[in-house]
Design a protein around this ligand. Sequence first.
Ligand code: SF4
Length: 449
Amino acid sequence: MTYLGLYALQHRGQESAGIAVSNGESIWVDKGMGLVSSVFNDHRLAALQGNIAIGHTRYSTTGASEWCNAQPVHRCVANVNFALAHNGNLVNTAELAVEADLVSGEIGSDSDLIAELVVREISAANSEDDASLVFEDAFAAVLPQLRGAFSLVVCETNTLIGVRDPNGFRPLFLGRHPNGWILASEMPALDVVGAETVREIEPGEMVIVDGSGVRSRRPFAQETINPTLCSFEFVYFARPDGKLIGQSIYAARRRMGEQLAMQAPVEADLVVPVPESGIPGAQGYAQQSGIPYADGFIKNRYIGRTFIAPTQELRRNAVRIKLNPIEENVAGRRLVVVEDSIIRGTTLRETVHLLRKAGALEVHLRILSPPYRWPCHFGMDTSDRDKLLAAKLSVEEIREYLEVDSLAYLDIDRMLGAITPKRGGLCTACMTGDYPVPVSIHSAKNVLE
Ligand code: SF4
């Protein structure tokens, strides 16, 4: 089931994958570099026997994309054995490492740091109590020291724990299966294993699943609870067949397209999406504008998200094999091309070039989010401002760089209104510079190197 769940969450990270399983006495971890399908096979899965498991697909934000940083992270200390998987990114990694006297090279990532802090807490407790309780208390004691984004799933030999940071930057759901309880980053992972979605874990909530059922703890100070879910989950990260804060991702993206058509209309023959996350928005734009919708590209289904590839060179090579224009639809046409966002712009420039080569007469680019101008420190690998196109160039300069006939970005108010009628409770830092949690200057990806 964990393996199937990871398949459903493959879009969240493609650099490495891993599963940890407890059989009630010890924990076995298997992990490797690459996609879930390339790490696991029948043979490896057969070795993972037990009744509690956690899994992870990695997209690196702190710590290099290397095997040693693949997750789940695993530790044994005293009579406690635990594994941890982390979605998000801490912003006080360097400070915590210094405070804990961890020298360079001792830990490889912010997730590793969390595990190390729990180990120290357990060692200091020096308790003869039940291992599950010792672990739970040690973990709860460490959590308030962490700042930034952390949706965590953790298994001790007899307990499964899930936690969301006080801002709830990254999602985490609780699901019910006839055979047990499930935690997962997105609802589709619960769907694929036949589980019912019970609810989202609340920002600042710790959920403990053990032999007596499910219970909650609140390890964070009440004044630190400030829900600011990442608004980019709606733009780019999350699967469109799920929901967040009660809102359908698909419907939100479609509304963003409708808003964009109202805000930035243009005379054109066809609306085409940049697949895949641009598709619902392009449909919304087409419906609102009355311009027919068509496929502009065939996407190779076996290539991952190019943006998520860890180096510039890999990203550049990947785009050419990922998308191929459909000349039949493109040649001789004035196109509205709908894309979710522009981060570095290299992929999109290449995409526009492919459309021109296929005979597009005009290319009018419409972006379903505002300019991405500020680094994200909460789980998106954009900590280096120099690499963000909109941090360096004006909208007109970006239009020139991408060689499009016109360019428009969705206004922030329209985007927030398209996500939820409440408009609030969302992080918009990468578009507004308004960080919900103060960010240290020492929060670069290589802070531990
Ligand atoms: Fe999401 Fe942007 Fe906030 Fe990062 S800065 S959490 S990408 S909205």
